[in-house]
Ligand binder design. Structure first.
Ligand SMILES: [Zn+2]
Length: 93
């Protein structure tokens, strides 16, 4: 997952605001997994909307989406590497 610093930077690029409190809340280590639970998006979206407005709530969803992309990016890299060594092992490359 990208660190809070990267999320803040992306928010700044997208909205001109950092929304640092939102990113810190989501990535707070003791509750990190729970706060990345996509089934909680409707409730959390509402909470952030009341606190920071629609734009802030959208940055919350964006954070989860950026994390997923980061994760899948990594998964794909690992997969490509495993595949290359499997092909090498079986003599196809
Ligand atoms: Zn995160």
């Amino acid at each position: 997952m990208p660190p809070v610093k990267k999320h803040v930077q992306k928010s700044l690029e997208r909205t001109g605001k950092e929304y640092r409190e939102i990113h810190e809340w989501i990535d707070d280590p003791p509750t990190k997994n729970e706060r990345h639970d996509i089934t909680k998006i409707p409730d959390n979206f509402q909470m952030f909307k009341e606190k920071y407005g629609e734009e802030g709530a959208r940055e919350y969803v964006q954070h989860l989406s950026d994390d997923l992309k980061g994760k899948f990016g990594h998964v794909i890299e690992d997969f490509e590497q495993d595949m290359a060594s499997a092909l090498a092992y079986f003599g196809s490359k």
